[in-house]
Design a protein around this ligand. Structure first.
Ligand SMILES: O=P(O)(O)OC[C@H]1O[C@H](OP(=O)(O)OP(=O)(O)O)[C@H](O)[C@@H]1O
Ligand SMILES: Nc1ncnc2[nH]cnc12
Length: 181
């Protein structure tokens, strides 16, 4: 069943066919971010299960996870930890390689960004194959984080990312789903 809030979020997202390559329907959240009501709704929906829970850090995945994660951190009075593509963080880092549709990339976070046992929520805009989020989960676990949940606005269920994270024992929260790539 699609709720009113879900319909509103779906309507706020712009769909761009064949971007960045033929056959991909790009789910563009910039229109949602530019819509004050939809942006607030998305943040409220992502946050509400954790209201009143002490969450030490929100870990946001570059780049769109920074925007959502910053707003969520503010709402939950948590700190924010950026997980960045390699070479962007200035201090000592932990780094992990991960697979993209074509080739591999690496992401990293600062070694002192988290203390073991801290409660962390991982945030990104979208989960597709789950390769990006899986790598982020591995980095967070390496740092000794207690991963409370991984939260995304959009799930592309056919690509299997949610199941991949759940197989790692991660509680996954998503707001809306789209069929296909
Ligand atoms: O589940 P996956 O198959 O790993 O794909 C999901 C990732 O893809 C997009 O980021 P992208 O790699 O396009 O980077 P960007 O946000 O820096 O543009 C999205 O924001 C996720 O981070
Ligand atoms: N279809 C899609 N739209 C936006 N970001 C994505 N990342 C991976 N697949 C995507």
């Amino acid at each position: 069943m699609t709720t009113t809030v879900q319909s509103e979020l779906i309507a706020a997202i712009r769909n761009i066919p064949d971007y960045p390559k033929p056959g991909v329907m790009f789910r563009d959240i910039t229109t949602l971010l530019g819509n004050p009501r939809a942006f607030r709704r998305a943040i409220d929906e992502l946050v509400h299960p954790y209201a009143g829970t002490k969450i030490d850090k929100i870990a946001g995945i570059e780049a769109r996870g920074f925007i959502l994660g910053g707003a969520i951190a503010h709402q939950l009075s948590s700190g924010f930890v950026p997980i960045r593509k390699k070479g962007k963080l200035p201090h000592d880092t932990v780094r992990i390689a991960y697979s993209l549709e074509y080739g591999v990339d690496e992401m990293e976070m600062h070694k002192d960004a988290l203390k073991p046992g801290e409660k962390v929520i991982l945030v990104d805009d979208l989960i597709a194959t789950g390769g990006t989020a899986e790598a982020a989960v591995k980095l967070l676990k390496q740092m000794g984080a207690d991963i409370v949940a991984a939260c995304f606005v959009i799930d592309l269920p056919e690509l299997g990312g949610r199941k991949k994270l759940e197989a790692l024992g991660v509680n996954v929260r998503t707001l809306i789903e789209f069929e296909g790539h």
